[in-house]
Design a protein around this ligand. Structure first.
Ligand code: AMP
Length: 278
């Protein structure tokens, strides 16, 4: 497995493989890898000739007062997991943006609500880094987790709008043994916070299950909100699964999404509503 530490090395590796006619698969991450990240590598592995994973904690997508400084890191463990998953190259740049970098990629509409509402500027940081990473890796396909459901929709929009020749491959949410959605940030939870954080997926699952009974959106959301045990709930919404617009009625494919904080740790989760339970 090759370790590429500069944008120049990344481009050289990618150009070499493209010249050989190889199909390049790409999984962008911020490191501190877990089974959720590995599932995306396993998803792409059979669909590509060479697989590259990036590990970069992107400052552009963190707002002031967010957890950029305490974002967990474990380079040794990450490299071992990538090697075990059959990754061909890991891109871990110390600096990703060259001097004079002056471009922002911004998707409108889809980025307005949900995490876009509680984290202003977050998604333009994400689309900017992903667009640059698509350029550097020259990838043919890239995997993104449904764990970050809004991010996946925003990346799809950007890829389509800019006619980028990258196929976006979605991966299902991978959960811990007790149902908590795996996240690099889970390591920052105390035992007590982690116990309360289980209420996130539990309320979403109950919401999805009770949606079959024909309860109104207001009833579903009201009950779910009551059962969430968090220090702060940023949002709990039931939205159209494509447009991410809030739904007044459950008359189409829907997604319930939540974001909540436990001390300084912000967690997100979501569930398909209306199809997986019928
Ligand atoms: P991150 O390192 O948090 O930026 O995540 C990198 C990629 O892994 C993103 O596409 C995430 O959606 C995905 N991911 C993170 N956690 C999970 C999970 N529990 N299940 C599936 N994919 C995940």
């Amino acid at each position: 497995m090759e370790e590429l530490t500069s944008p120049e090395e990344m481009v050289a590796w990618a150009s070499d493989h493209r010249q050989q006619g190889h199909r390049i698969g790409f999984v962008p991450t911020m490191g501190f890898l877990h089974r959720g990240h590995v599932s995306l590598m396993e998803l792409l592995r059979p669909q590509c000739d060479v697989l590259v994973v990036s590990i970069y904690v992107n400052p552009l997508q963190f707002g002031p007062g967010e957890d950029l400084e305490r974002y967990p890191r474990d380079e040794g463990g990450d490299l071992a997991k990538c090697a075990a998953a059959g990754v061909d190259a890991v891109f871990l740049p110390s600096e990703l943006y060259p001097a004079g970098f002056g471009t922002r990629v911004e998707v409108s509409g889809l980025t307005q609500g949900l995490c876009g509402g509680s984290r202003p500027g977050h998604f333009s940081g994400v689309t900017t880094v992903v667009a640059r990473l698509f350029g550097l890796t020259r990838c043919d396909l890239a995997a993104f987790g449904e764990k970050d459901f809004q991010q996946l929709a925003v990346i799809r929009r950007m890829t389509e709008d800019l006619a980028l020749a990258v196929q976006i491959v979605p991966g299902p949410i991978v959960r811990d043994h007790d149902g908590l959605a795996l996240s690099s940030r889970n390591v920052n939870l105390s035992d007590e916070q982690r116990a309360r954080a289980l209420s996130l997926h539990q309320s979403l699952f109950t919401l999805a299950e009770t949606a079959r009974r024909g309860d109104s959106v207001a009833e579903l959301l009201g009950r779910a909100r009551m059962s969430i045990r968090a220090d702060r709930v940023d949002y709990l919404e039931l939205v159209d699964a494509s447009s991410l617009q809030p739904l007044a009625e459950l008359d189409r494919p829907a997604r319930a999404l939540v974001a909540a904080s436990y001390g300084g740790t912000r967690l997100i989760d979501n569930v398909d509503v209306g199809t997986q339970w019928t």
